[in-house]
Ligand binder design. Structure first.
Ligand code: APR
Ligand code: PHB
Length: 394
């Protein structure tokens, strides 16, 4: 088998890159370890930056998002007994975010890929990458008991944090930066109307809480839990009680509870690998970086990596600009580090850390107070939340 770009992983990064390249007439093969149903069963975040919304439209997969997604002009910060609204639109020159679940984005991309006839191999095992630096790169895998090899020009490693692509890079090439936070998020999905028409991020002495949503009838709520907590120890009743205790009184009184459809605990981590390229292999999305979910940046960073690699590959195939390939990593990392900073800052400001003394608690409250009391502070939060601009590829 032969293709131009072999894409490892059919998560949002791999599928979006595949769609954009396919539309541009560049051949791709996507190789995914899991089944389509398994990929769609993962519940992840649900806030899309303007740049990602535009990219999905450009890829021709924005129709359902535009019909069913919820455009949000702002969100709320609750702390110290206060509720403060950040007006995203007013403080970012008119930008907004779109609330539309990652699962739905993935479903739309899968449907578009199937309709386009471009090939995806699901349930591939023993995926291995070869000849990344010298000679012609190739990927081998086993599918339905048969060993296969696909040779290609480039490999896009879109296989998430635990994938093979990053591990295929020889030792000593990559530098890793990591912070593991001493807590996780317990998330519940429920068919209940949202407690508020916008998201609420709450700093509370019992720990962080977030009220989010997927639609006018489906909610996604989170509470901070200690690292090592087990989801089995959290009945629905215990979850709702804890959530209510962390919300401002008038919000807690309005909260409508119901049976959970999904409940899981996610650890919080910041992680970046440098560089994001090795020879003809490029890392995208979770394969190269992780952010804690507090700024809703994970999926959006994946989209900006896709945007960068797509624009570079267009110029490579159409204009022979192969020198641009060397710039992929530096262009991505500039934006990634800024999103890492914002996610780390939101996480640091809103969670209760196990070693927090009264001084650090006052510092958190004062920092939040300072930011929301100042136009510059509100602008800083807004421009990061709606997403910093994508760099042009000249
Ligand atoms: N071979 C082939 N596919 C693999 C392999 C492998 N060895 N290992 C993992 N995969 C697949 C996974 O099954 C998954 O479908 O790669 C895909 C990676 O998808 P994601 O983890 O969703 O990563 P990505 O597409 O980069 O999405 C960005 O943003 O908010 C975050 O974590 C969130 O998933 C989200 C991410
Ligand atoms: C979500 O809806 O799952 C969500 C929203 C905002 C975040 C994180 C997760 O910051």
């Amino acid at each position: 088998m032969k293709t131009q770009v072999a894409i490892i992983g059919a998560g949002p990064s791999g599928l979006l890159l595949g769609q954009l390249l396919h539309n541009a007439g560049i051949d791709t093969l996507i190789i995914e370890r899991q089944s389509p149903d398994y990929v769609l069963s993962r519940i992840r975040a649900g806030v899309l930056e303007q740049g990602m919304v535009d990219l999905l439209r450009e890829a021709g997969v924005g129709a359902r998002m535009d019909r069913e997604g919820l455009v949000h002009d702002g969100f709320e910060l609750a702390f110290d007994g206060r509720r403060e609204r950040i007006d995203l639109k007013a403080h970012s020159g008119g930008k907004t975010v779109m609330v539309y679940g990652q699962t739905e984005v993935t479903r739309d991309l899968m449907d578009a890929r199937q309709a386009s006839g471009a090939p995806t191999i699901y349930n591939a095992s023993e995926v291995q990458l070869h000849d990344l630096k010298d000679g012609q790169p190739s990927v081998t895998f086993v599918h339905q008991g048969v060993s296969q090899r696909v040779s290609c020009d480039y490999i896009a490693g879109c296989d998430g944090f635990h994938g093979v692509s990053r591990q295929a890079i020889p030792e000593g090439v990559l530098r890793e930066f990591e912070r593991v936070y001493p807590f996780g998020w317990l998330g519940v999905l429920a068919d209940t109307p949202p407690v508020n028409h916008e998201l609420i991020y709450a700093n509370h002495e019992r720990g962080f809480a977030l009220c989010s949503m997927r639609s006018p009838t489906r909610t996604r709520y989170y509470v901070q839990v200690d690292a090592g907590e087990k989801v089995e120890d959290w009945s629905d009743e215990r979850f709702w009680d804890e959530l209510k205790r962390r919300l401002p009184d008038e919000t807690a009184e309005r909260l409508i509870t119901g049976p959970s459809i999904e409940k899981s605990i996610a650890p919080l981590r910041s992680y970046v690998v440098e560089p994001m390229q090795y020879g003809n292999l490029f890392l995208l999305g979770d394969a190269a970086h992780i952010v804690p979910p507090t700024g809703a940046k994970g999926l959006n960073l994946a989209a900006s990596d896709v945007n960068t690699l797509f624009r570079i590959l267009l110029k490579v195939y159409r204009e022979g600009r192969t020198e641009l390939l060397e710039r992929y990593s530096e262009i991505c990392l500039r934006r990634i580090w800024k999103a890492e900073r914002f996610s780390w800052w939101m996480t640091s400001m809103l969670h209760r850390f196990p070693d927090a003394d009264p001084f650090s608690v006052r510092m958190q409250q004062t920092e939040l107070d300072y930011f929301v009391s100042s136009a510059a502070g509100r602008c800083t939060i807004a421009e990061n939340y709606v997403g910093l601009p994508y760099e042009d590829i000249e």
